[in-house]
Design a protein around this ligand. Structure first.
Ligand SMILES: Cc1ncc(COP(=O)(O)O)c(C=O)c1O
Length: 421
């Protein structure tokens, strides 16, 4: 069955119209032609977007960084994919499974501005990046560069490579408030030697929301002969960029984060011609040289999630990537600008809007991050996550497109009161 026929049969099953979707369509039509930066502060517009979500009334959710749970429309589509795949059973798996997966991967490639043959769907960033780390043809004494602010799972995978292959890990530290891009590039440059094979860098540091100058880091690393793997767990679907423009060799992201795909979807980009530099984690049958699919064998998996990627991209595009980016940055600026200069409040995210988007991190002098997170929840009904390490002590604040200014006002009030006490 062709993709179009599959979609048609879904319609026959009766895809429910999700709450808020019709209102959203009307509202989106009314917003046409309004610059994204202007729309960022249009509370009526964003209230309409909020209508597309089912929100728990128990607390203000400022912890979207783990999982940007899906809007109702994507959820309904996903549930219908589960039903349809279950209805078609093995027939689906033996006929259109791969064609449909390739179609979803092609949409990701289009969104990332790269070639179809450079992208595969994985289950998450961990799978994407750890398979590159473990799959490099390491020799004892080869070096890898990373930062202490990188994600634990990848740092652990490098530690494993250290034990297993004798890789030497060089760990740098990224300041929360750099003076310039060059300061950051220089930190990485100093750690590279003639033995450096791979440099890992976060596109956006998950604990602070700090966006790093990736292209400059890649160009510097390449000039010294090192490949670059970018951890884009929090970047894809959060702010606009083209993977190709970053000049990296490998890129991984989790689609269940800012693209709001149902749980368990990731992306791996490998620059054309580089796939054979990585040993597969799970062996694939014979492929053409440098076929990225040789890295993508995972056996039977939840294929309905692959299908929902297209729904999530359609939803993202309906809102508009630029609009989403401007709104998320607007929300971050809204609360950080109200607390940044208050004595006793420590904002651990740079002030320059080029260096952040929706995520921020805030600490209170003399208060342990876990106590801050607990107090925010117990006294203000704000759900966040505590970060206490790698030179970052505070709570990560990650709103989403449905977050209101009133909700952020509660956070601002909490910061003011807690800094005073
Ligand atoms: C920077 C970064 N990298 C990697 C990951 C791992 O993502 P996942 O658990 O989806 O593989 C995360 C998760 O939060 C992250 O923040």
């Amino acid at each position: 069955m062709k993709k179009r026929a599959f979609i048609k049969s879904l319609a026959a099953l009766g895809v429910g119209v999700a709450p808020g979707v019709q209102a959203m369509e009307k509202m989106l039509a009314g917003a046409e032609g309004i610059p994204a930066i202007k729309l960022a502060s249009d509370e009526d517009f964003w209230a309409g977007i909020r209508g597309g979500y089912r929100l728990k009334p128990d607390y203000i959710n400022l912890e979207n960084g783990y999982y940007c749970f899906v809007p109702q429309e994507t959820l309904e589509n996903f549930i219908n994919h589960v039903r349809e795949v279950n209805y078609q059973g093995s027939w689906y798996m033996r006929t259109v499974q791969w064609e449909n997966k390739n179609a979803s991967a092609a949409r990701l490639a289009e969104m990332g501005g790269v070639k179809d043959e450079e992208v595969v769907i994985t289950r998450n960033t961990t799978e994407s990046l750890d398979l590159v780390i473990t799959g490099m043809d390491w020799k004892p004494g080869d070096e890898a560069v990373m930062a202490e602010q990188d994600y634990g799972a990848m740092l652990n995978q490098f530690k494993l490579a250290e034990r297993r292959y004798g890789v030497v890990n060089k760990i740098v530290s990224i300041p929360n408030h750099p003076k310039s891009d060059e300061e950051i590039v220089e930190i990485y440059a100093k750690a590279i030697t003639s033995k450096t094979k791979l440099l890992m860098v976060c596109h956006i540091i998950n604990i602070t929301g700090h966006i790093l100058p990736i292209r400059k880091i890649c160009d510097m690393a390449h000039s010294k002969g090192a490949d670059v793997m970018v951890d884009g767990a929090h970047a894809f679907g959060h702010f606009e960029f083209n993977i190709n423009d970053l000049h990296c060799d490998y890129y991984g992201s989790s689609l269940h984060k800012w693209l709001s795909v149902p749980l368990g979807a990731g992306l791996l980009y490998v620059k054309k011609g580089k796939s054979d530099n990585v040993w597969p984690l799970l062996a694939e049958g014979k492929k053409e040289p440098n076929d990225i699919l040789s890295l993508n064998h995972i056996g039977t998996h939840p294929v309905h999630t692959d299908l929902a990627i297209i729904n999530a991209i359609d939803y993202h595009n309906a809102i508009g990537g630029q609009r989403k980016e401007e709104r998320l940055r607007y929300l971050q600026t809204y609360w950080t600008s109200k607390v940044r200069d208050i004595p006793g409040v420590i904002v651990n995210t740079p002030k320059d809007p080029k260096r952040y988007c929706g995520i921020g991190n805030v600490g209170i002098e003399g208060m342990k991050p876990h106590d801050l997170a607990k107090t925010l929840m117990d006294n203000y009904k704000i759900y966040t996550v505590a970060i206490d390490g790698a030179n970052v002590h505070g709570c990560r604040i990650s709103p989403n497109v449905y977050t209101t200014l009133e909700e952020l006002d509660v956070l601002v009030k909490a910061c003011k009161e807690l800094a005073k006490s």
